[in-house]
Design a protein around this ligand. Structure first.
Ligand code: ADP
Ligand code: MG
Ligand code: MG
Length: 897
C-alpha cells in the first residue's frame, strides 16, 4: 500500500519533493525537538493521483482517518468536539513556493456547537467567536471560492457601524452577529450551507488544496519560472495554536539575519492578539522583535534560542513563522530564507567567520548572476522615491528615460539625444528598432520568457516585464496605474534587478562592487560606510577563493587594445578570441576595397602591402598590452561584402549618375564597385563565402594577416618582450581546409623568423563551430594544436537557426510552447550542441592527448554553461570583459560543487 500520509515525526528536510517545502521543514523542526504543533502531511504523490483520476485515492481517506485519530489520541481531544474541540489548519505546500496556490484555512473543526465548547474550555468567549468568523471567512473564500470582498466588506461594515477601526474592538455580540451574516453569505453565494461536520470541512479543504495546483495563476507562474507542471502539492494538517487569545498571545514572522542587507542579528515583525496572516496584512501596526522583548521577555528569549538553534542546524539564514499562545512559543514554519544578492555574499562570509560553513560551501551559496546584479549601477536607495508599481525583474540594470509608447517614437526621440523607456503592453518583432533605441523596456504583460525579456537580455538592456497593474494604451500614448497617469514624455525609472518602476528620474549611482572589480579593494573601500565595506570585502573573499579553486582558466574576448587592458585588470588570463574584422573597417575600408577590386596580381599585392604595416601595428599594440599571456588571434571570418558599400544605395547612386549623363573617374570606380558588390552578394551570407573558405579563395589575405602577426611578434621580441600568439582558423569543416591554411601559415612564419633572426613558436588551431568539424574532430586534431569552440555559430548551425532572424520572431513562442526552457544562445543546449562539444573534446584528445580546448562563444560567460564546460574537461572559457568576474566565480563554484 502506498504511504500517502506522514506524521510530522516521520519526515525530514530532504523530502521536499514528497512532503513539499513546508511539510519537510515542519518535520525537520519536529525532529529537532522544537515546539511544533503536532500534525501530518499528505504527500505530493496523493495530489498527483487526485489530479490524474479526478478524485482522491481510496486509501487516502483511510490513512487520513488513522493519522487524525492518532493526533486526537495524543492530544486527548476530538476534531470539532462539542466540549473540547481539536482544531486544525489545512495548508498547501509544494516543493517550490508559488503564488496562486490555496491559501491556508485556519480553525477547521469549529461549528455551531464546538464554538461554544471552545469558549468554555478557553474561558474566552470573544476568542471563540473570533475564531469561528475567521473560519467562515477563510473557508468561504478559499474552499468555496466566494469573492473575499464579500466577507471583508461585511467586516468593515460591522466596524464602521460600531464606530471602531480595529477588529479587536469587536465584542462577542458583534462577532456572533458577523458569524450569522457570514453563514448567510455562504449560503447565498455558494448555494450550500456552511458544512457543520468537521470531517467534511477537512476533506473539502484538502481537495481544494489539490485543485489549487491547477489554477491559471499557478500554471502561469510555473511556466514563467520553469517549474514542471506535474509535481503536485502536499497538504499539511496542523493542530491549531492561537495567537488571538488576548494580549499575552500573538503571531509573528522573523528572519535570523536581515535578508535585505545581510546585516547580522534577528529581524522580524510581531502582532499581539492576532492570528495567521494578520501580521503581514497590514491591518494594524506591527511591533519589532525589540518591542516583543519589552512586552514579553520570556517568549522573546524562547524565540531567540529557537532561531539560533535553526541557524546552527540549517547552517544558513532561516525565515520563520511563529505564534505565541498565552506566553508559550510555537513554531509554524521555517525555511532557508530568500535574500538579496548583497545579503547572499555577506551572509556567506559571516557564516564562514562563525565557523558554521567552509569557504567552499560559502562559494556554493553565491552565484554568478548575483554577482552580476551587484555590478550594475543602481538607483540611489537614499533618494526620495515614488514607487509606481512592480513588475518582473527581467533584465538587470537601472534605466531612466521619457516614456514612449511605440517603436518609431522611441527611435525618433533617441536619435535627437533623448533617453527613452519604451512602454508597451507587450512587445513583438516590430518593436525591435524601438527596443534598440531605448535605455529600458517596460511591459505590462508576459513573464521572464516573453519577447521583451528574451530580446532585452540578448541585448543586455534593462527590462521590467509583466507589470500587471500597468494599463498601457498605445492609441492615447498613456499608461496608468489606478488613478496615476503617465503620458508620453513623462520621465520614469525602471529597475531591471528588482522589477520596481518609479515615477520621475531616479539618481543612478555606480555600484561599489563594480568599483572594486575595476579599481581594486582599496579604491572601493575609500570613504565607504560599514555596510558597503562589509559587502565589498565579502565579494573579494569569495571571488579570491573562486580563483584559488577553479580549474578552468578564464580568458577574454577582446579585439582592441583598450578592451585587452581592461580584460587584464579584470583578471583575464589571456585573450581567447581576438576578432580581426574591425581592423578592416573605418579608414581602411578603401584598402580592402582595393584588394577586392584589384584587376591583377600586382594591384592586389600593392593593396595588401599597404594594409601590412597597419595590421602589424594593431597586433603589436595588443601583444604589448597582453605581454606574457596567450593571445588567440582569429583570421578574418566575415564575408567580404561586409566591407563594401550597401548594394541598393550604390545601385541608386550609379543609376542616378548615369541618368544625369555624368562621366568621370568616380563613376567608373562606382561601377566597378557595384559589379563587385553584385558578384559577392549572397542570399545567405552566414553559410556562404566566409571563414576559412574566404581565406582559401582570396589569395594573399590570410597571408597578409599571418605576416603581420609574425612581424609584430618579432618586434616585441626585439624589444625584450614575451609575445604569446595562437593563430585560429575560423569555420573549418574538414581537416583539408586546416592543412592548407596551416602549410601556408607555417611557411610565412618561418620566413619572418629567418628574416628577423628570431624563433617564433605559434600554435595553430581551429574553431569548432560546424557540426562536421565536431564529428570529424579526431581527424582535424591531427592538424590542430588547439580547438576553440565557437558555440554561437555551432548553435546556429546545429539548430539551423539564424540568430538575428529567429531570436526576435521565433523564440518567445518557442519558450511559451516549451520547445526550450531557455534560449540556446543564452545557455548552451547541453543535449544537442553540448553533445557535439563533448564528442569533439573526447575524440580530439584521443588523437592528440593534451589538446588544448577552450570556448569563445558567448556561453563562455554564462553560469550554467560554464559548469557544463568544466564537466566536459575544457581548459578555459573566454567571454566578454564585463562577464569576467562572473566567469571566475562560476568556474570556482563548478570546481567545488
Ligand atoms: P503561507 O504558505 O501563505 O505562509 P501558511 O500555511 O504558513 O501559509 O499559513 C498562513 C498563516 O497561518 C501563517 O501566518 C501561519 O503561521 C498561520 N498558521 C498556519 N497554521 C497554523 C496553526 N496550526 N496554528 C496557528 N497559526 C497557523
Ligand atoms: Mg507561511
Ligand atoms: Mg563563428
Amino acid at each position: 500500500m502506498t504511504k500517502y500520509v506522514f506524521d510530522f515525526t516521520e519526515g525530514d528536510k530532504d523530502q521536499k519533493d514528497l512532503l513539499g517545502g513546508k511539510g519537510a521543514n515542519l518535520a525537520e523542526m519536529t525532529k529537532l525537538g522544537l515546539p511544533v504543533p503536532p500534525g501530518f502531511t499528505i504527500t505530493t504523490e496523493a495530489c498527483r493521483e487526485y489530479l490524474a483520476h479526478g478524485s482522491a485515492p481510496g486509501e487516502l481517506r483511510v490513512q487520513v482517518t488513522t493519522a487524525l485519530r492518532q493526533l486526537e489520541d495524543t492530544l486527548g481531544r476530538r476534531l470539532g468536539d462539542r466540549h473540547d474541540p481539536l482544531l486544525v489548519s489545512v495548508r498547501s505546500g509544494a516543493a517550490f513556493s508559488m503564488p496562486g496556490m490555496m491559501e491556508t484555512v485556519l480553525n477547521i473543526g469549529l461549528n455551531d456547537a464546538s464554538v461554544k465548547g471552545l469558549a468554555e474550555e478557553s474561558g474566552d468567549e470573544r476568542f471563540a467567536w473570533d475564531s469561528y468568523r475567521r473560519l467562515l471567512q477563510m473557508f468561504g473564500k478559499t474552499v468555496l471560492e466566494i469573492p473575499g470582498e464579500v466577507f471583508s466588506d461585511m467586516l468593515d461594515k460591522a466596524k464602521s457601524t460600531k464606530g471602531v477601526s480595529s477588529d479587536v474592538d469587536l465584542d462577542v455580540d458583534d462577532l456572533q452577529a458577523l458569524v450569522a451574516t457570514f453563514k448567510d453569505a455562504v449560503r447565498e453565494h455558494s448555494g450550500q450551507e456552511f458544512p457543520q461536520h468537521p470531517r467534511e470541512q477537512l476533506d473539502m479543504a484538502i481537495n481544494a488544496v489539490f485543485d489549487s495546483w491547477n489554477t491559471d495563476r499557478a500554471r502561469l507562474y510555473r511556466r514563467r519560472e520553469r517549474i514542471p507542471q506535474h509535481l503536485g502539492t502536499a497538504v499539511n494538517v496542523c493542530t491549531m495554536v492561537f495567537g488571538n487569545l488576548g494580549q499575552t498571545s500573538g503571531t509573528g514572522v522573523a528572519f535570523t539575519r536581515d535578508p535585505a542587507s545581510g546585516r547580522p542579528g534577528a529581524y522580524g515583525d510581531y502582532l499581539s492578539n492576532a492570528q495567521g496572516e494578520d501580521v503581514v496584512a497590514g491591518i494594524r501596526n506591527t511591533l519589532s522583535l525589540d518591542d516583543l522583548k519589552a512586552l514579553d521577555p520570556s517568549s522573546h528569549k524562547q524565540l531567540i534560542k529557537v532561531m539560533r538553534r535553526l541557524e546552527t542546524h540549517y547552517r544558513d539564514l532561516c525565515d520563520i513563522e511563529f505564534t505565541i499562545e498565552r506566553g508559550k512559543l510555537w513554531m509554524l514554519q521555517t525555511r532557508v530564507g530568500k535574500r538579496t544578492a548583497a545579503a547572499a555574499f555577506r551572509i556567506a562570509a559571516q557564516l564562514v567567520d562563525e565557523n558554521l560553513i567552509t569557504m567552499d560551501e560559502a562559494l556554493s551559496r553565491v552565484s554568478g548572476s548575483q554577482l552580476a546584479l551587484l555590478m550594475f549601477p543602481h538607483f540611489d536607495r537614499s533618494a526620495p522615491r515614488e514607487l509606481l508599481t512592480t513588475g518582473m525583474a527581467a533584465s538587470p540594470g537601472a534605466a531612466v528615460g521619457r516614456a514612449v509608447f511605440d517603436s518609431p517614437t522611441a527611435k525618433a526621440w533617441a536619435d535627437r539625444g533623448e533617453q527613452v523607456v519604451l512602454v508597451r503592453r507587450e512587445t513583438n518583432p516590430d518593436d525591435l528598432e524601438g527596443m534598440i533605441a531605448a535605455s529600458g523596456i517596460l511591459t505590462a504583460r508576459g513573464g521572464k520568457t516573453s519577447h521583451a525579456a528574451v530580446v532585452a537580455r540578448g541585448m543586455g538592456k534593462t527590462c521590467v516585464c509583466g507589470a500587471e497593474e500597468l494599463d498601457v494604451d498605445a492609441s492615447t500614448r498613456t499608461a496608468r496605474v489606478g488613478t496615476v497617469l503617465i503620458e508620453e514624455g513623462d520621465e520614469i525609472s525602471i529597475d531591471g534587478s528588482t522589477g520596481e518602476i518609479f515615477l520621475g528620474p531616479m539618481p543612478v549611482v555606480p555600484s561599489p562592487v563594480e568599483t572594486y572589480i575595476e579599481a581594486g579593494l582599496a579604491s572601493a573601500l575609500k570613504g565607504a560606510d560599514d555596510e558597503t565595506t562589509a559587502l565589498v570585502k565579502a565579494v573579494d573573499r569569495l571571488l579570491t577563493h573562486a580563483d584559488i579553486r577553479r580549474r578552468l582558466a578564464i580568458r577574454a574576448n577582446a579585439d582592441t587594445t583598450e578592451d585587452a587592458v581592461r580584460a587584464r585588470s579584470l583578471g583575464a588570463q589571456g585573450i581567447g578570441l581576438c576578432r580581426t574584422e574591425h581592423m578592416f573597417l573605418g579608414d581602411r575600408r578603401v584598402l580592402i576595397e582595393r584588394v577586392i577590386l584589384a584587376g591583377n596580381t600586382e594591384e592586389r599585392d600593392a593593396a595588401l602591402a599597404a594594409l601590412l604595416p597597419l595590421q602589424r601595428g594593431d597586433f603589436a599594440e595588443l601583444l604589448d598590452a597582453m605581454d606574457g599571456l596567450p593571445v588567440n588571434i582569429r583570421l578574418l571570418d566575415p564575408p567580404l561584402h561586409e566591407f563594401l558599400p550597401d548594394r541598393t544605395e550604390l545601385a541608386v547612386k550609379v543609376a542616378l549618375a548615369e541618368a544625369r549623363g555624368e562621366t568621370g573617374e568616380q563613376l567608373d570606380v562606382d561601377r566597378k564597385l557595384l559589379a563587385a558588390v553584385q558578384r559577392l552578394h549572397e542570399s545567405n551570407p552566414m553559410l556562404g563565402l566566409r571563414g576559412v573558405r574566404l581565406g582559401l579563395l582570396t589569395p594573399g589575405l590570410f597571408a597578409l594577416q599571418v605576416r603581420a602577426i609574425g612581424e609584430a611578434m618579432a618586434d616585441q621580441i626585439a624589444a625584450g618582450k614575451d609575445p604569446k600568439v595562437e593563430i585560429m582558423v575560423p569555420l573549418v569543416g574538414s581537416i583539408m581546409e586546416l592543412l592548407l591554411v596551416r602549410d601556408e601559415t607555417e611557411q610565412i612564419l618561418a620566413d619572418v623568423a629567418a628574416e628577423r633572426g628570431v624563433t617564433l613558436t605559434v600554435p595553430i588551431g581551429t574553431m569548432i563551430e560546424l557540426p562536421r568539424a565536431a564529428l570529424t574532430a579526431h581527424r582535424i586534431a591531427e592538424a590542430a594544436d588547439f580547438f576553440s569552440f565557437g558555440t554561437n555559430d555551432l548553435t546556429q548551425t546545429t539548430w539551423g537557426f539564424s540568430r538575428d532572424d529567429v531570436e526576435s520572431t521565433v523564440f518567445a513562442a518557442y519558450l511559451e510552447k516549451g520547445v526550450f526552457t531557455i534560449s540556446p544562445f543564452e545557455t548552451i543546449d547541453a543535449d544537442g550542441v553540448g553533445r557535439l562539444v563533448e564528442i569533439a573534446a573526447k575524440e580530439g584528445r584521443t588523437t592528440k592527448p593534451g589538446l588544448k580546448l577552450g570556448v569563445c562563444g558567448e556561453h563562455g560567460g554564462d553560469p550554467e554553461s560554464i559548469h557544463f564546460f568544466h564537466r566536459t574537461g575544457l581548459d578555459y572559457v573566454s567571454c566578454s570583459p564585463f562577464r569576467l568576474p562572473v566567469a571566475r566565480l562560476e568556474a570556482g563554484r563548478a570546481a567545488v560543487s
